[in-house]
Write a protein that binds this ligand. Structure first.
Ligand code: IMP
Ligand code: MG
Length: 464
């Protein structure tokens, strides 16, 4: 089986853990987009790993780890990550492959990211300042790009860096009035990257196709989340790559039809780091409760994450464009102790210049609910991935009773408090997707597998 695991919200859904659990049955794990802006936490026994660039499955010592073409590689971060794993007794020797066509994040990218964010003041995007956007911009611009395979020819890189750094320094001085950076210093770093990484650098597309032909099982790991996708997310408050599952085929050269199952990961609530619209945000004591209990602070930047209710409109959209087969719903334990829990099942969006926001599905629902025509105006169950529209959206909630019990030791769906089961069922009904995996804590063992999800739901109802 080949799986693709992808986030359905704004990142940090708990993909790291889902991937780690699935990697047990995989031969190869693949990172196909983004860079060290990602932060994946994996807990093995008592040891916690915070990974940024390596696939989360790399903590399993027997799997091959592949970083493909569309990933932007910061070799400084990669070196640190490899060392951290080595200190914990995990080696990547002979099992790491990096695409020769993956672009390299260099110091000037990080500098540019930081300077641009600072210059934007209140209008900043809230990036991770890892140089991701500037590196992808150079990739699209082509003439200033450096790829992993280029490290094979250091003479050429030396000449190229002179041109690039001269240009960057002119911009840094003219626009940001800052000190120049040294091309020689970056060249020295490139030399050391060549020493350390050329043995891992290869044609990963060929490797993946050969592996598929040999019947190996591959796990494709998404980074960030669908709503941060450059083309399909909440632009400009997005990352600079196709972080949805749509980015998988382009990112690694393997067609989506070679994937047997797409698993979408969502949290039982919603979080977002950085700026941008967030309709279900709870900037109040509920948000704080979730932040503290769920330890919602960024793995990469340490920033407190914005927290809010589960947004079924957003998740349904992500599931639709991502051809998601099943949902993994993480952090269900975090919601314990709340008197009531809410699911956003539609938005009301002020109609703009005669735009009709009502969709067909909603019309049927409104008829059923015999809503007055007035009340249904501007109501939609389709997520507008357009920031101007989305910032006008007010959530329409369904409120459900909460549960008090600690569920962190529960390993069977039927042993969950009935209100928690009910919460899961409602999310399944609203999104139309099966919730096959439920996370009740950070450890591998704190995972409920519910392969019979849908059938069980029907049975449960029959029993009622
Ligand atoms: P960048 O990817 O560093 O350019 O940041 C752009 C936006 O994406 C910011 O709002 C970041 O907080 C967000 N972002 C990038 N990577 C992640 C991630 O792994 N999890 C959550 N948010 C992310
Ligand atoms: Mg993260």
């Amino acid at each position: 089986m080949n799986y693709c695991v992808v986030g359905l919200q704004w990142g940090d859904e708990g993909k790291g853990k889902v991937v780690d659990v699935l990697a047990e049955h995989s031969d190869i794990v693949v990172r196909y987009s983004g860079g060290s802006n990602a932060g994946h936490t994996v807990v093995v026994g008592e040891t916690k790993f915070a990974l940024h660039l390596l696939p989360s499955g790399s903590v399993r010592p027997n799997v091959s780890c592949v970083i493909t073409n569309a990933v932007v590689v910061d070799p400084d971060v990669l070196i640190k990550e490899i060392e951290t794993l080595a200190q914990k007794g995990i080696t990547l020797k002979d099992r790491l492959l990096i695409s020769e066509n993956a672009h390299v994040v260099l110091d000037y990218h990080k500098r540019e990211d930081q300077l641009r964010e600072e210059s934007l003041g209140k209008k900043k995007l809230g990036t991770t300042i890892r140089g991701i956007g500037p590196c992808y911009a150079d990739k699209a611009g082509r003439s200033h790009a450096i790829r992993m395979g280029d490290l094979r020819n250091l003479e050429e890189i030396k000449a190229k860096l002179q041109t690039i750094v001269e240009y960057k320094n002119k911009v840094f001085a003219a626009v940001y009035n800052t000190e120049p950076i040294s091309a020689d210093r970056i060249y020295e770093k490139c030399k050391s990257y060549a020493d350390q990484f050329l043995t891992f650098t290869t044609d990963t597309t060929e490797f993946l196709h050969r592996s598929i032909a040999d019947g190996k099982s591959i796990l494709f790991e998404g980074a960030q989340g669908t709503l941060l996708d450059l083309d399909h997310g909440t632009f400009p408050y997005v990352t600079s790559s196709n972080s949805s599952s749509l980015g998988m085929p382009a990112g690694c050269g393997v067609p989506a039809k070679m994937v047997d199952k797409f698993i979408g990961v969502a949290k039982a609530y919603t979080t977002r780091v950085g700026a941008g619209p967030f309709p279900t945000e709870q900037d109040n004591e509920i948000g704080q409760y979730i932040r503290d209990k769920g330890n919602e602070y960024g793995t990469t930047t340490g920033r407190p994450r914005r927290c809010g209710w589960f947004d079924a409109v957003a998740v349904s959209y992500s599931a639709k464009i991502g051809a998601i087969d099943e949902i993994a719903l993480m952090h269900l334990d975090t919601l314990a102790g709340l008197k009531e829990v809410k699911i956003c099942k539609a938005y009301r969006i002020k109609e703009d210049r005669g735009q009709k926001t009502e969709d067909r599905g909603q019309k049927t629902e409104n008829r059923r609910e015999t809503r007055p025509a007035e009340a249904s105006r501007g109501r939609t169950t389709w997520f507008p991935a357009n920031t101007a529209k989305l910032s006008q959206a007010s959530p329409i909630y369904e409120t459900l009773p909460g549960w008090d019990d600690d569920i962190t030791e529960v390993n069977d769906f039927h042993k969950l408090p009935s209100n928690a089961q009910n919460y899961i069922h409602r999310i399944e009904e609203i999104t139309g997707k099966k919730i096959a995996i439920i996370g009740v804590g950070p450890k591998r063992s704190q995972t409920i597998f519910r392969a019979e999800g849908r059938r069980q739901k029907t049975e449960d109802r029959r029993q009622k």
